[in-house]
Design a protein around this ligand. Structure first.
Ligand SMILES: Cc1cc2nc3c(=O)[nH]c(=O)nc-3n(C[C@H](O)[C@H](O)[C@H](O)COP(=O)(O)OP(=O)(O)OC[C@H]3O[C@@H](n4cnc5c(N)ncnc54)[C@H](O)[C@@H]3O)c2cc1C
Ligand code: SF4
Length: 628
């Protein structure tokens, strides 16, 4: 089929499964263009009523029938899905070269669904998709991410990535694409936050399947006919880029100042196209195969932002970070562009949100303390700080409520780590996050130290949290990933408890051998009784076997193997076995074993937790059974 690759690729990042579907000309005509495909796929496949961060939401990258042709402006991608901003279908477009390279994979639409357990990037080539680990890229700014991936996958690939804002699910997060001749951002609608919720740091395309057109020579001739008109009609765009619009829009009273309180200012041209061209222009940039070259790289040569070399702020960015914030410093707008792009934030939504905040401050609806920094109209330095805070979600608080029994060292710890549900819509273990809570945080208390039958050397408490407010920076790792962190630590915890239990059993056995060799009854040392001697020998053999099994499971874990079955086996087997050992040790101590001053009496009580704490035997056996 001319104009199309003819295939749709769906990748489920939860499982890594993928599906390739072919479509026919009827489908292509009915749902024309990248956003036509995206709208149809979203409509058919996103279940009604789900949250935008539900793994079942989609992010669709779509191209259209002119992608990679000679038609100017053809290298624009559509990215679409259910938006976390308004819970509706949202599509955003971006230029550069990604669309053409996606076409070379032969997939007109790439559909991403599910949620990966660990950060990944999705690499798509003509064969399909592969999930590549991206933990090392998580937290990195967008440009650094793109370069790192291109170094790995080859510079003929194209990358679109999210920044820290998308990772933290800022609802105004943007996707960034850098190609050597043009940067581009799929910024609207917070779709980068949806990718972040899927743990997808980037989507990478690479391919060699050139697009085929029905009558390429005729198409070229047709485009040539319009070339002069295009050149003339886009002259100002070519020379100044979209900042050229500032002058005209201000003249008709359409430029908003001070959160749209004013519509016009005689000073607006301080941030207009002509000034930028004169003072900041470094070079023209363009999307692949577009003669308009409306993109520019700007360079700040003097003042506090000197040294900034970055993409030109588009008209909308100038509006949102400039007049809307009472700021006519052109260099500060280039800096704002860089900050938003690197952090992966939509410049328009970010700027107008701050404008609203500034008006709220002015009217007393918000205080500086609530905002987090002293800020006001024209204070671009503070505005930049707010951009960073938004991307990293500084100043946001979580409010924790609940109780937790049986916390080791709970009432003496200065710092506790709380696992709390942060996404009530997520199923089972998915919506849990971990927070560091300091003991003096208001609302937090260790309500009582619990009296226990054993383990008296350790403190065990019940914790109570009532409206405990913790800042975002106290979140450990990523939001909603807490259960996976706990799971990975469970293996260590279980092995450590078993190491402790084996040590206790070994000590008890040695004490018992010593005792029965010295204790004479019925005509000689108890050791002479075969039944006692042999039972202790059997228990020693069991301890030795349990120790080797523990070493083996620890070794597997150390090698990075999935050793859940082996660790669970150890926890179940050793946890029960040490109790049998201690039973016999107390038994062969006779009455002395029941007296509180003997060591075996204490070890008998201490070892009882081995088959309960860190996962009871029955629960462990179910883990083993699941893997049989
Ligand atoms: C001294 C001590 C210190 C602790 N320290 C900590 C700590 O620091 N942090 C922390 O988070 N927790 C801690 N715990 C909690 C500990 O991990 C749990 O007590 C343990 O995992 C058992 O859970 P539970 O008490 O909820 O038992 P329950 O879930 O109430 O189970 C009771 C019993 O029912 C049986 N059972 C349970 N589920 C199943 C099943 N699926 N199939 C068959 N049988 C089943 C088992 O025999 C189990 O022992 C501590 C506990 C103690 C006693
Ligand atoms: S260079 Fe400008 S006009 Fe050309 S496709 Fe890119 S954004 Fe559009």
């Amino acid at each position: 089929m001319f104009g199309y690759g003819g295939r749709i690729l769906t990748v489920d990042v939860t499982s890594g499964d993928q599906r390739v579907e072919e479509f026919d000309a009827g489908f292509a005509r009915a749902y024309l263009g990248g956003n036509g495909f995206a709208a149809k796929l979203c409509y058919d496949r996103i279940p009604p009523g789900i949250d935008a961060f539900d793994p079942r939401n989609l992010v669709v990258f779509g191209t259209g029938p002119i992608t990679d042709s000679v038609i100017p402006g053809n290298n624009r991608n559509c990215v679409a899905g259910k938006s976390p901003l308004n819970d509706l279908f949202f599509d955003s477009t971006f230029g550069g070269r990604f669309a053409g390279t996606q076409r070379h994979t032969g997939f007109d639409a790439i559909v991403i669904t599910g949620a990966a357990a660990e950060p990944v990037y999705v690499l798509v080539d003509e064969q399909g998709a592969r999930l590549q680990p991206a933990r090392d890229l998580w937290g990195k700014p967008t440009l650094q991410t793109a370069r790192a991936i291109l170094d790995r996958e080859g510079w003929e690939s194209d990358v679109v990535s999210i920044g820290p804002a998308g990772e933290r699910r800022a609802r105004i997060a943007a996707l960034a694409h850098y190609w050597k001749n043009r940067e581009a951002f799929g910024a609207r609608g917070g779709l980068a936050a949806v990718l972040g919720s899927k743990n997808v740091k980037a989507v990478v395309v690479r391919g060699g399947q050139k697009a085929q057109f029905a009558r390429p020579d005729d198409l070229k001739a047709l485009v040539n006919e319009t070339r002069e008109a295009l050149k003339k009609g886009t002259y100002n765009l070519h020379v100044y880029g979209t900042p050229n619009l500032v002058k005209g829009i201000n003249a008709i009273g359409g430029l908003g100042f001070f959160n749209n309180r004013l519509e016009h200012s005689p000073d607006a041209e301080q941030v207009g196209g002509e000034r930028y061209k004169l003072e900041f222009h470094k070079k023209d940039t363009t999307c692949n195969k577009c003669p308009v070259a409306c993109g520019k790289t700007f360079e700040v040569k003097a003042g506090e932002y000197a040294g900034t070399v970055w993409k030109m702020p588009e008209y909308e960015t100038i509006y949102a970070f400039g007049p809307m914030l009472g700021n006519l410093d052109p260099a500060s707008l280039i800096k704002a562009e860089e900050l938003c792009d690197q952090l992966g934030l939509d410049t328009i939504s970010m700027g107008v949100t701050i404008a609203f905040v500034l008006e709220c401050l002015e009217r007393g609806f918000l205080t500086e303390r609530e905002v987090g920094v002293p800020v006001g109209w024209g204070n671009h330095q503070a505005v930049h700080r707010l951009v960073e805070m938004t991307a990293r979600r500084d100043g946001e608080e979580y409010v924790l409520n609940g109780t937790k029994m049986f916390i080791t060292n709970g009432s003496i710890a200065d710092l506790v780590f709380i696992a709390a549900r942060t996404d009530s819509t997520a199923k089972g273990s998915r919506g849990i996050s971990i927070f560091a809570v300091e003991k003096d945080t208001p609302g937090f208390k260790a309500s009582r130290a619990l009296e226990k039958m054993g383990w008296h050397s350790s403190n065990t408490a019940e914790l109570v949290l009532e409206d405990v407010r913790v800042p975002h920076e106290n979140l450990i790792g990523e939001e909603n990933q807490g259960f996976y962190y706990i799971m990975s630590n469970f293996q260590n915890e279980r092995l450590a408890i078993m190491g402790q239990a084996l040590g206790e059993a070994q000590r008890a056995l040695e004490l018992t051998v010593d005792h029965v060799k010295n204790r004479s009854a019925f005509g000689g040392p108890l050791w002479n009784k075969q039944t006692i001697r042999q039972r202790l020998a059997l228990r020693q053999a069991e301890i030795d076997a349990g120790r080797q099994l523990t070493y083996h499971a620890a070794w597997l874990t150390e090698q990075g193997e999935d050793a859940v079955r082996e660790v669970s086996e150890v926890k179940a087997l050793v946890g029960e076995m040490v109790n049998r050992v201690l039973y016999d040790c107390v038994q062969f101590h006779g009455g002395m074993g029941f007296i509180a001053e003997t060591a075996v009496e204490r070890l008998y009580r201490d070892v009882r937790i081995a088959s309960i704490g860190g996962g009871a035997t029955e629960v462990m056996l179910d883990e083993v059974a699941k893997r049989l």
